[in-house]
Structure formats: structure tokens, C-alpha cells
Design a binder for this molecule. Structure first.
Ligand SMILES: *[C@@H]1O[C@H](CO)[C@@H](O)[C@H](O)[C@H]1NC(C)=O
Ligand SMILES: *[C@@H]1O[C@H](CO)[C@@H](O)[C@H](O)[C@H]1NC(C)=O
Ligand SMILES: *[C@@H]1O[C@H](CO)[C@@H](O)[C@H](O)[C@H]1NC(C)=O
Ligand SMILES: *[C@@H]1O[C@H](CO)[C@@H](O)[C@H](O)[C@H]1NC(C)=O
Length: 442
């Protein structure tokens, strides 16, 4: 009996604490896939939706240039400053390490002086366009979590397109167009990311924000604004991630918009700094990029909290008895129900949607009191079926049953489903009624 009282107090404590912390720390992590908890029957597993931490994804990419021989320095070349055709002290020589500008210098550590950068050969064949495709491939689907930022060492291009692929480079769609004059270059009205709304979030725009001002040395970046788009749902300082996660959960198009396997930077026209190209000094026109930032995480369908880079390949470390590079299948013998993506809802722990053993597999069980615990107070009958407490449904009673629109809203707004055990156990009521000092036990 003593043990019971202690146990209930513990539970009550953790509930109280969880309640207090709920809105400060609870969402946006999803960093744990499962945890051991105490139940009436003893230790059991509790499964949660989980995802790897966001990280610098440029460490894991492969870069391809088209045309392949567009990098400067073979043969060696002298470059002049765009602003001043008499200032020609930039030499590129692929055979000398200090003077070479290979593509990998776009992804190395910046912050040292002088900066390191990739550079193209100059516009020697003018008026034939100087165009370069830079393709970044991960061979793995990844989810972007922050702005894509390109930092130019040369003037920023007068025309460029950022494209993405979701199928390993088979098909491409534009992400954003960039030009000094959008109408002239792409027959598109100029727009900025800040003009987007929840309804137009998936629109592909042309922006003039990042193509002008070649003379100002600190105006060197070209962005694809991920955070501005997130902010349309999560608020200006992304304080309401719950709302964003709710949207991502229910709108596949939105989720796919931020998911990529490859990016392509199509450089279409270099900075000229003037309306006329100086044909007598084409050494002033070229592309040079010092840094590329791509922040994101492996897409693991909320079934893994880590992603490893092994033998040049990224892969999710799948949990919940799922498998595949993106955890997009159930493991062998775990086809007891159809595979399903995990869910961010209810906030903060989401729903794991684990794969369960096949009926005809070696372990013909749907539920037990350990790994496949019936959740939310459901009880396991003959290892075959969970009898769910009122208000819950799903094979393991993992989902709240929406009885009216009000209840579902409630769930979306971040209330975890109540565990029946807490409410219905008479001991808790007794403890609460007597107002025993709860805090010292925590
Ligand atoms: C870049 O890719 C496009 C396809 O989007 C292709 O049509 C074009 O020829 C490529 N440009 C160069 C310079 O290779
Ligand atoms: C991409 O990944 C697949 C496995 O998912 C592998 O078979 C293939 O060789 C990889 N391709 C490259 C170019 O690394
Ligand atoms: C043009 O470029 C060459 C090097 O290619 C340089 O020597 C010369 O000073 C530059 N300026 C003018 C105005 O010709
Ligand atoms: C199924 O998942 C559970 C929990 O993640 C794990 O303990 C168990 O080993 C998994 N089974 C298989 C066959 O991987």
C-alpha cells in the first residue's frame, strides 16, 4: 500500500510538472523515439514521434558543375574588379593551390581571411551567355529548416534560378527566380517573400531583392527564405511551432515543399554593374561563390531521431520497427497494419504509429504488457486486441477519437490526450482530496 501511494504521488508529480512546463519547453523537440515508463503492470515502452536534429547539410552533399570545365584556372587567367577595370590583381591558376578556386571552397569553413571561394572562368565568349548549373545532391530526402543562403564573392548574378528535386534529380521544379528585372528576365511580376500569405505560401516568385547593389561589398547574399514561410504559420519569431507542425501534419504539399533530395543553382547572367557590357574587358565578368548554407534534417517520417553518414551515404537509424533510408516501410514480420508516417500531433510528443507484428509472423501478437502496450488506459485481450477506454481508438488506442469538431480542435491546440488511469483511479481522487503535500516526493 505504501508503495502504491508513493507510485501514485510520483505519477501525480510528473503530471503536475509536465503541466507546468507544457507551454515553455514541450514542443519542437521530438528528440526521443521511445522511453520506459511505469504502468500498473510494471515497466513498459512509450513510443513517440521523433526526428533527427537539424544540422549543416553541406557536409554531406555531392556537387556537380555543368559545364564540367567551367571552373577558372585552366589555363590560368587574370581577373579585373567589376567596379574598376584597371584593378586586375585576381589571378586564378588551378595548378597552384593558393590560386585555385575549386567548387569545394563553397562549402568549407568561412570566417578566415581572405575568404575562400569557387570561381568560374570569365565571360570570354560574350555575347554567348555565361551560364553555369551547380547541382547539390544528397541522395537522401532532407527537410529544410532554415534559409538557404548563398554568399557571392563576385557581384551577385543579374539572373539566376534556384531549383529543387524531390526524386534524386529526375524531375526539377523552380524554388525561386532572381533578377535585376523580373519582367524582362522571366516575364514575372517582382515580389518578395514578405508579401506571401498562408494562401500563397507555395507560390513560386521572382524577387529583385538579391540582384542589385553590386557596388556595396556587404550586399553579397542571395537567400531562399524558409523562415519567412514558416512564420506564416508559426508567427514572426516562430514562437508557435505547434501551429506549423499541425499544418505540416495535415498538408502533404506543404511538407513536400520543404523537402528536397537535390538543389540546383542556375546562374544565367553574371553581374555587369551597368547596362552595357564592356566588350574590351570581359575579365570583369564572372561568378564567384564563397559560401553556401543549407540547414536541414534527414527526413525519417518521424520514426528516427538520428541519421548517420556512412560510406558516403546518409541514412536514418529507424525505430518503431520501420526500415529503409527514410524509415518508410515496416520491418519484415512487422506488417500487422499498414505503415504510416508518424504524427506531430498531439503536441508535444506526437503519435509514433509504430509497426506491429504480422498476424501470421513468428509473433502473432497485437498487444502485450511490454512492447506493444495498449495506450491511454486500454486493456489487452488475449494478445489479440486492445479494448480502448472511451474516447480512444486505433490498434493500440493511440489516437483520441474525435467525437465532435470541438474535441479535435482541442487536440490540435496541443492538449495531450488524457490518460484514463489518472482520472479514474480512486486513489488519485483520495490523494487530491486530502491535499497531501505532493512536492517533496518529486
Ligand atoms: C542547366 O540545366 C538546364 C536544365 O534545367 C539545361 O537546359 C541547361 O542546358 C544547363 N545549362 C548548362 C550550362 O549546362
Ligand atoms: C544512392 O543511394 C542508394 C541507396 O539508397 C545507393 O544504392 C546508390 O548507389 C546511391 N547513389 C549514389 C550516387 O551514391
Ligand atoms: C582589361 O583587362 C586586362 C587584363 O585582361 C588588363 O590588363 C587591363 O588593364 C584591363 N582594363 C582595360 C581598361 O583595358
Ligand atoms: C521492434 O521495436 C522494438 C522497440 O523499438 C524493439 O525493442 C524490437 O527489438 C524491435 N523488433 C525488431 C525485430 O527489430
Amino acid at each position: 500500500m505504501l508503495w502504491w501511494t508513493w507510485f501514485v504521488l510520483q505519477l501525480l508529480c510528473s503530471t503536475v510538472i509536465r503541466g507546468l512546463q507544457h507551454y515553455q519547453t514541450a514542443w519542437g523537440h521530438y528528440d526521443v523515439c521511445k522511453s520506459q515508463i511505469y504502468t500498473e503492470e510494471g515497466l513498459a515502452w512509450d513510443y513517440m514521434a521523433c526526428q533527427p536534429e537539424a544540422t549543416d547539410m553541406t557536409k554531406y552533399l555531392r556537387v556537380t558543375l555543368d559545364p564540367p570545365d567551367i571552373t577558372c584556372g585552366d589555363p590560368p587567367e587574370m581577373y579585373c574588379a567589376l567596379e574598376n577595370p584597371y584593378m586586375c590583381n585576381n589571378e586564378c591558376d588551378a595548378a597552384t593551390e593558393e590560386l585555385a578556386h575549386p567548387p569545394k571552397l563553397m562549402f568549407d569553413f568561412e570566417g578566415r581571411n581572405p575568404t575562400t571561394f569557387w570561381q568560374s572562368s570569365s565571360w570570354k565568349k560574350y555575347p554567348k551567355p555565361l551560364q553555369v548549373n551547380i547541382t547539390l545532391s544528397w541522395n537522401k530526402s532532407i527537410e529544410l529548416t532554415d534559409d538557404i543562403v548563398l554568399t557571392f564573392e563576385s557581384g551577385r548574378p543579374e539572373q539566376m534560378v534556384l531549383e529543387k528535386s524531390l526524386d534524386f534529380g529526375r524531375t526539377w521544379t523552380p524554388y525561386q527566380f532572381y533578377a535585376t528585372d523580373c519582367l524582362d528576365a522571366f516575364t514575372m511580376e517582382p515580389k518578395t517573400a514578405s508579401e506571401l500569405t498562408q494562401l500563397t505560401l507555395l507560390d513560386i516568385i521572382c524577387t529583385e531583392d538579391y540582384s542589385r547593389g553590386y557596388v556595396w561589398k556587404n550586399d553579397k547574399t542571395v537567400r531562399f527564405e524558409i523562415k519567412d514561410r514558416f512564420a506564416l504559420f508559426a508567427g514572426p519569431r516562430l514562437h508557435n511551432m505547434a501551429s506549423l507542425y499541425g499544418q505540416l501534419d495535415t498538408t502533404k504539399k506543404l511538407r513536400d515543399f520543404f523537402t528536397i533530395t537535390d538543389l540546383r543553382i542556375k546562374l544565367l547572367k553574371p553581374a555587369t554593374g551597368a547596362t552595357m557590357v564592356d566588350e574590351n574587358n570581359l575579365s570583369r565578368y564572372f561568378y564567384a561563390i564563397s559560401d553556401v548554407k543549407v540547414q536541414g534534417r534527414c527526413k525519417c517520417n518521424l520514426h528516427a531521431n538520428s541519421c548517420v553518414f556512412d560510406k558516403g551515404k546518409l541514412g536514418c537509424e529507424c525505430e518503431h520497427n520501420t526500415t529503409g533510408p527514410d524509415c518508410s516501410r515496416c520491418k519484415k514480420h512487422y506488417h500487422g497494419r499498414a505503415w504510416s508516417v508518424g504524427s506531430y500531433l498531439p503536441i508535444p510528443k506526437g503519435t509514433a504509429n509504430i509497426c506491429i507484428p504480422s498476424m501470421n509472423g513468428p509473433v502473432p501478437r497485437v498487444c502485450d504488457n511490454a512492447m506493444l502496450r495498449c495506450q491511454n488506459g486500454g486493456t489487452c485481450h488475449h494478445h489479440q486486441r486492445c479494448h480502448c477506454a472511451p474516447g480512444f481508438t486505433g490498434v493500440l488506442c493511440e489516437r483520441a477519437r474525435c467525437q465532435g469538431p470541438g474535441e479535435c480542435e482541442d487536440q490540435r491546440s496541443g492538449q495531450p490526450p488524457l490518460r484514463r488511469f489518472f482520472i479514474s483511479h480512486p486513489l488519485i481522487l483520495t490523494v487530491a482530496a486530502l491535499s497531501l503535500p505532493v512536492v517533496p516526493v518529486c
